[in-house]
Ligand binder design. Structure first.
Ligand code: GUN
Length: 290
């Protein structure tokens, strides 16, 4: 079993991005600039947004963090988005999800102009992805592709099973793994809460990508010997062994599943850091295009 080390790989990627930023500055360009909007003070969202801002600093990007109260009106949030859309100094904008219930995520997503939608969630970017046209790919699926690529995992002709059909991960992942691209050309099965024979399907996966947000859902009996397992889940669970009072758990029962795998991502240190690196990559691309 070999670990797919997202922390190490994302550091390599960030070093490569930092070199590109230095070259852009040396030739008279400006620093790429990412803006993030955080609504409310959910602990996990706060951690993710802070990690994104810190990663910007590390590679030499500018960043702006806009914090809004949890009870902010949808219209005020949409106006913040519009202001950033129109600000030529800012190359990319993300609105951290989930949003409070009184705000429509789709309205917010559709208000971000596709040219600054470095999360790749706008219908235009998702549509372009479907057609294999240049677009911003959603950061988590893009990070997984990059990780599989950098570890030279053969995907062509393999059976890839995706568990979870979210708009952010599972659905785009299933499309990307089936595309006729270097990492792609899989036969893909997308499974979800209504799938009746999940164990049978997951056991036939050469590549198993799990993104449903249920800690340790995938057990040893659901995985084929020699499979490549990618765990997207990051759930905070209570723990009396840590100072914070919680620890992070993936969707895969790592200790029992790992010995069966050819490759597996750890949690933390697998997909999470790759998501952030992909977001930076999208922001760099946007800065080059503007
Ligand atoms: N919440 C969970 N994942 C993501 C992500 O990739 N982007 C944003 N904006 N919010 C998220």
């Amino acid at each position: 079993m070999q670990l797919l080390d997202g922390k190490l790989t994302s550091n390599t990627l960030k070093d490569e991005i930092a070199v590109e930023v230095s070259a852009m500055l040396a030739s008279g360009g400006k620093k790429p600039h990412l803006a993030a909007i955080l609504v409310g003070s959910d602990g996990a969202s706060e951690t993710y947004v802070n990690a994104k801002v810190k990663a910007c600093e590390k590679v030499g990007f500018d960043s702006t963090l806009v914090r809004l109260e949890a009870d902010v009106s949808e219209e005020i949030l949409l106006n913040e988005v519009r202001k950033i859309n129109e600000n030529p100094a800012i190359d990319g904008l993300i609105v951290q999800l989930p949003l409070p219930k009184h705000i429509s995520e789709i309205k917010v997503t559709e208000t971000i102009i596709p040219e600054k939608d470095v999360d790749g969630f706008h219908p235009v970017n998702l549509g372009r992805m479907m057609l294999n046209l240049p677009s911003f790919l959603p950061a988590t699926p893009a990070g997984i592709l990059e990780l599989l690529d950098r570890y030279d995992i053969e995907t062509s002709g393999k059976h890839c099973v995706v568990i979870g059909r979210s708009h952010i991960v599972g659905s785009p992942m299933s499309i990307l793994m089936a595309r006729n691209t270097k990492v792609g050309n899989c036969t893909v099965t997308l499974t979800h809460s209504r799938t009746t024979n999940l164990k049978e399907i997951s056991r036939s996966a050469d590549i198993l990508i799990v993104a449903l947000g249920k800690p340790e859902f995938v057990t040893e009996d659901m995985v084929k010997e020699g499979a490549v397992v990618v765990d997207v889940g990051i759930t905070r669970v209570k723990s009396d062994k840590t100072k914070s009072g919680w620890k992070l758990k993936g969707d895969v029962a790592f200790d029992e599943v790992a010995p069966k795998c050819s490759f597996i991502t750890p949690v933390p240190g697998g997909v999470g850091p790759m998501t952030i690196a992909s977001l930076l990559k999208n922001t760099l691309k946007s800065a080059k295009q503007s």
